[in-house]
Design a protein. Sequence first.
Length: 135
Amino acid sequence: MSRRLHQNYRRDMSRKYKILVVDDDPDALDTMAAILETRNYKVVTALSGLEGISKACKEKPDLIIMDVMMPGLDGFAACKMIRENKEIKSIPVILLTGKGMVGDMEKGFAAGASDFMVKPVDWDILFLKIKKFVP
């Protein structure tokens, strides 16, 4: 590997990637943030879909992990709004749902989700999904 490429690679490896976690359940939000921080991610949180969109515009995270079932603006609608916003539309979004209803995955992908996962969270699988979008 050339010296220049090696330096760029090392710089990327030392970068702390930012993940925005959106969930209306404060306990779930705190748990997710604490676990992500153990993997050296910088975590920003939001308690609603609207707050999540606002923080995505302000913080420009590298990845968004968002619950589907939230009062007001649910994760499907928030994801669709993210995809319609030119500032943040390219940020990958992983949607999480506690229901696992037939059609939820299709609805999530139709809304623009980059990936989808059913709760309870299997952390090993979630980290594999995260690695698809950020190192």
